[in-house]
Design a protein around this ligand. Structure first.
Ligand SMILES: [Ca+2]
Ligand SMILES: [Ca+2]
Length: 373
């Protein structure tokens, strides 16, 4: 029997590697597949009642041989995908993935990559995702596939589920996830003026902290967070799931979207431009929408007031559009926006920063295949 020794991909990922078999002798891939491999327990490994995975070495194949997935890509094609938490937006419970297409739209047929839960309950179930904010980024290694950070604002707790690179279901079990300390999301010292405050909205912050502090970039994302009505940038450390803690985070809060410095009621979604975040902020009640460039976020880090791009006074409220997700949809280097309505209609909006306008692409209704909900 041949065991998988799959720590490294074939030298030339465009050429077939040798057939690799797992511990049961099943082939991991065939000679026609240029997939890369790494060892680990497989998603289908038996799971005991306590959540441990009885796997041993198994092989998993991944479609994308590139070392670092593009921002927002969960499927290995470097096109940003749409990942929507269910129990909202017309979707059942779960984490629903719609694959991005080359024209900036999506394949509207969604799949539940959260069917095994978040690890918060055992056994896990799709309803673990109810009330979660899910963001993507290179949280496990600073590179490689995009992972998913599942944050529960109600409790101030989070878990990072490691990405598979191929859009398959995420495993919440040992070896495939890491919990994030609640002090990452919670004010324990009064730094925000209200000890015990928990982050109400989070977004990926890329290498913002390291950049403004003239430190070498590491690829482990910062977190941008609204806590007690203030905007904070908390740097990622060099270990999966480790952040410096909110008490040592960097305030970006000098000027809020409307110039007051008050971020209460605003929610965040970001996309990276050359490793630095660009940020959309929307007022959940009024539906006002603003955009901050990476340079403006750096200015805020230095305490310099900025005037974000004003995109709308209304229309993007959370009741009508529960999901906003930033991504560069037309590959011009400027983040755009996807929205999902309360009835599951996805719209791609292309941002023209020169005119401050968002132009909608044709709307698409998310389609849940029979038998998956
Ligand atoms: Ca993709
Ligand atoms: Ca764009």
């Amino acid at each position: 029997m041949t065991s998988a020794h799959a720590d490294t991909a074939p030298d030339d990922p465009t050429r077939p590697g040798p057939v690799i078999t797992d511990a049961s002798g099943s082939a991991c891939g065939d000679e026609a597949s240029p997939a890369s491999y790494r060892t680990g327990t497989a998603a289908g490994s038996p799971v005991s009642a306590d959540g441990a995975v009885d796997g041993g070495t198994a092989c998993r194949s991944f479609a994308d041989p590139s070392p670092t997935a593009a921002d927002g890509d969960l499927t290995g094609d470097d096109l940003p995908d749409l990942a929507v938490v269910g129990a909202q937006a017309g979707l059942p419970s779960g984490l629903w993935l719609a694959r991005g297409t080359a024209d900036g739209q999506i394949d509207p047929v969604v799949t539940d990559v959260g069917e095994q839960g978040t690890g918060a309950a055992s056994p896990g179930s799709p309803s673990d995702w109810d009330g979660i904010q899910a963001i993507t980024g290179h949280f496990q290694t600073g590179a490689d596939f995009n992972d998913v950070l599942a944050y529960r604002p109600a409790t101030g707790t989070g878990t990072i589920l490691f990405g598979n690179g191929d859009g398959s279901a995420l495993s919440p079990y040992s070896g495939h996830e890491v919990n994030v300390n609640s002090l990452v999301f919670t004010d324990s010292s009064g730094v925000t003026g209200a000890p015990g405050s928990k982050a109400t909205s989070i977004a990926g912050g890329g290498d913002l902290y390291r950049t403004v502090n003239d430190m070498p970039r590491a690829g482990f994302p910062d977190l941008l967070m609204v806590v007690n009505g203030q905007l904070w940038d908390e740097p990622g450390m060099m270990t999966a799931g480790a952040f410096i803690g909110l008490d040592n985070a960097l305030p970006l809060t000098g000027t809020g979207p409307t110039g007051t410095g008050d971020w209460t009621g605003w929610s965040l979604t970001s996309s990276l431009v050359d490793g630095l975040p660009a940020l959309f902020a929307r007022n959940e009640a009024t539906g006002a929408l603003y955009y901050y460039t990476p340079q403006q976020l750096q200015d805020l880090a230095y305490g310099t007031p900025v005037t974000p791009l004003h995109l709308a006074d209304s229309g993007y409220d959370s009741a009508a559009l529960p999901v906003l997700q930033a991504a560069d949809l037309n590959s011009d280097g400027t983040p755009d926006l996807r929205t999902v309505s309360a009835t599951g209609v996805s719209t791609a909006w292309i941002l023209d920063p020169a005119t401050g306008t968002l132009t909608a692409r044709p709307a698409q209704s998310l389609d849940i295949p029979d038998g998956t909900a």
